[in-house]
Design a protein around this ligand. Structure first.
Ligand code: BGC
Length: 250
């Protein structure tokens, strides 16, 4: 079996598992810890080291890490829901040096989108697929004929008078006590806007709340087909592992 390790760093939790790269399934337990208060690089590094320790394996394991920020050349360029220490921070090098292994480092929504294209709801879909993860913020992944166009960041479109993730994320729904019809009305405005600009073939909605898609998808009124992420909340882990290890599949 060809496997790699995937770690998904989020604003509230950090989780990891070993992934079978042929099927995209987790082949270890899913280890999860709370994100340390403040989300500073050194503290997050300690948790990631603990997860790798829990998962066993060696430094020759292909290891992918996904993170909620713009990532170019292994450097984190933004910090919407994490410590500002991550802005222009050489994240990939810090993890690689401290964990004594090569690291593939990628945006969390981009990792999730790649996982859906390879193993889930976007498999075989031609043209533009837009995945949106509705969690603490809103992450986005653009996939053109299955190929990732990274760092799209359309959770930060300015709409309804604000950065849209502040109104339309799942955290915003909870904070504002919105019913599903109220939240779906906001999502309809957001997705209609995105639809107008990009004319995608398909939207995929991920994040923990995608488990409840049957309760709010029917209330979203758009023309583009809408699917729930098939890998649910494991998409980031699976995509990070796949990106780290896909050369093993050749
Ligand atoms: C960040 C993105 C991230 C998303 C989901 C946004 O606030 O800017 O980089 O993908 O949250 O975690």
């Amino acid at each position: 079996m060809t496997t790699a390790l995937g770690i998904d760093i989020g604003g509230t939790g950090i989780k990891g598992a070993r992934v079978d790269l042929t099927s995209g399934e987790l082949v270890s337990e899913r280890v999860k810890y709370a994100t340390p208060e403040g989300g500073h690089p050194g503290d997050i590094l300690s948790v990631v080291a603990q997860i790798l320790d829990d998962l066993g394996g060696t430094s020759s394991d292909h290891t992918g890490i996904c993170f909620p920020a713009v990532v170019t050349h292994g450097i984190t360029r933004s910090a919407a829901n994490v410590s500002a220490d991550w802005i222009d921070f050489p994240a990939r090098d810090m993890f690689a040096r401290s964990l004594d292994r090569d690291i593939h480092f990628v945006n969390d929504a981009d990792a999730a989108g790649v996982a859906e294209a390879r193993y889930g709801a976007a498999q075989g879909v031609r043209g533009l697929v837009i995945m949106l993860t509705l969690g603490t913020g809103i992450g986005s992944a653009f996939l053109m004929d299955g190929t990732l166009v990274p760092n799209s960041e359309i959770g930060h479109l300015e709409l309804l008078g604000t950065d849209i993730e502040k109104r339309a994320s799942n955290a915003a729904r909870e904070r504002d006590g919105l019913s599903f019809p109220e939240w779906a009305a906001i999502l309809t405005q957001y997705l209609t806007h995105v639809e107008k600009i990009f004319s995608p073939e398909l939207f995929i909605i991920g994040g923990g709340i995608s488990k409840e898609s049957q309760d709010f998808f029917p209330l979203i009124d758009i023309a583009t087909p809408l699917k729930a992420a098939e890998l649910l909340n494991n998409a980031g882990i699976v995509g990070a592992a796949y990106l780290a290890g896909n050369s093993l599949l050749d």
